[in-house]
Each structure stands twice: as C-alpha cells, then as structure tokens.
Design a binder for this molecule. Structure first.
Ligand code: RP5
Length: 163
C-alpha cells in the first residue's frame, strides 16, 4: 500500500525518538514510510524526497531532527505537503536547540512544531492520523478507538509503585 505519511529523520540516532511516531501509525493501520534524510549530510536526498512528496501522495511528512535541526524547515520549503516537526532531544542542550531551530520559522513557510522527544513524536503521529481521518472513515474509527482506550486506561486514583 502506498505510504500516506512520511517519517523522515536527520540521523540513525533519531530513530529512538521517531520510532514512537511509526509505532502510533502502525497501531492505527496507516501506511507510512521511514527514511533517513539529512538536511546537511544528504541534501540531494532531501531535495528528491520533498520534491516527490506530492506526486507520491503523501498527506503529511513528520520530520524529526536534533541540534541545528534544519530538516523540517527545509522540507517545508520544498513541498506544499504539511510538515510536522519533532525536535529530537540533543545531548548538549536537551533539545532546546532542536525546538528553537524548528519552531522559529520565518513567516511564509510553516512547520507545525511538537514537543521535544517521545511526546512530540507520538503527538505528531496522532496529528497526522487526524489529518488522514478527515477523508478515511477506517482511520477515523481507529483514532476514536485509540483515544477511548487511552481514556479507559487512566485510573481513578493513584497507587504506590515499586521503587
Ligand atoms: C542532526 O544531528 C540529527 O537529526 C541528529 O539529531 C543530530 C546528531 O546526529 P548524529 O551525529 O547522531 O548522526 O542532524
């Protein structure tokens, strides 16, 4: 099945974060693809990927990067497909560098920016799912069920946990 959502990341090291986005899309049955595409190390690959996103039918691109995180913004500059940016937590600055690099786009080239790390990856995937769900009743039902399971899993009261 052709991918509806693309997950790209700047490095293999980003996969530990971005795999959470892929996991959510797997759970919801949304066809997706995962690629390492670096704005700095593989610029031609980025050009090819973003340039072909429309013709390949992608609804959204989830782009994760850390540090000087130019991948989401550069991808957004080269395609009209909505780009959802995930700041990966960096060792030196705990992802604040990634967050600010991704969120501070100039007016005219939007990137929807999510939280640093796993929460951002999960929410970017849920957001992409919500986009797909507008025109896909099966995905809409899967997303509703996912949210209902999450709600049902929240206990009424806290318990002591093993240290
Ligand atoms: C960025 O540099 C990547 O997105 C990654 O988060 C960061 C570090 O990359 P590696 O040195 O671990 O490959 O381009």
């Amino acid at each position: 099945m052709a991918a509806l959502v693309g997950i790209i990341m700047g490095s293999q090291s980003d996969w530990q974060t971005m795999r959470h986005a892929a996991g959510i899309l797997d759970e919801l049955g949304i066809a997706h693809e995962t690629r390492i595409v670096s704005a700095h190390r593989t610029p031609d690959r980025l050009y090819d990927y973003a340039g072909s996103a429309v013709e390949r039918g992608l609804t959204a691109i989830i782009a994760g990067a850390g540090g000087a995180a130019h991948l989401p913004g550069m991808a957004a500059a080269m395609t009209p497909v909505p780009v959802l940016g995930v700041p990966v937590e960096s060792k030196a600055l705990k992802g604040m560098d990634s967050l600010l690099s991704i969120v501070q786009m100039p007016a005219g080239i939007p990137v929807a920016t999510f939280a640093i790390g796993r929460a951002g990856a999960v929410n970017a995937a849920l957001f992409a799912a919500a986009m797909v769900a507008r025109t896909d009743a099966t995905v809409a039902a899967a997303l509703d069920a996912w949210r209902a399971r999450q709600t049902a899993a929240v206990a009424d009261a806290p318990v002591d946990e093993a240290p």
